[in-house]
Design a protein around this ligand. Structure first.
Ligand code: FES
Length: 69
């Protein structure tokens, strides 16, 4: 089943990454690219981790622009 639609990453790939030592969302982001586009899959990807870290508000490759008045 696809977990990350943006990057075409399946639950099997995430489970393999966890079996190979991934422990945080950042590990999955670096190893697979999961949750590096829109970030909507971050919660689902974290559900495979033994100790999920808090979900980032902004995906790693996104820039949040704050307007000043
Ligand atoms: S669905 Fe994974 S980054 Fe968009």
């Amino acid at each position: 089943m696809y977990i990350c639609i943006c990057n075409g990453i399946t639950d099997k790939e995430i489970k393999e990454a966890v079996a190979n030592g991934a422990t945080q969302l950042s590990d999955l982001q670096m190893n697979l690219g999961v949750a590096t586009c829109c970030g909507k899959c971050a919660d689902a990807a974290c559900s495979f981790l033994p100790n999920p870290e808090p979900i980032p508000l902004v995906a790693n490759n996104q820039v949040q622009i704050l307007k000043s008045k």
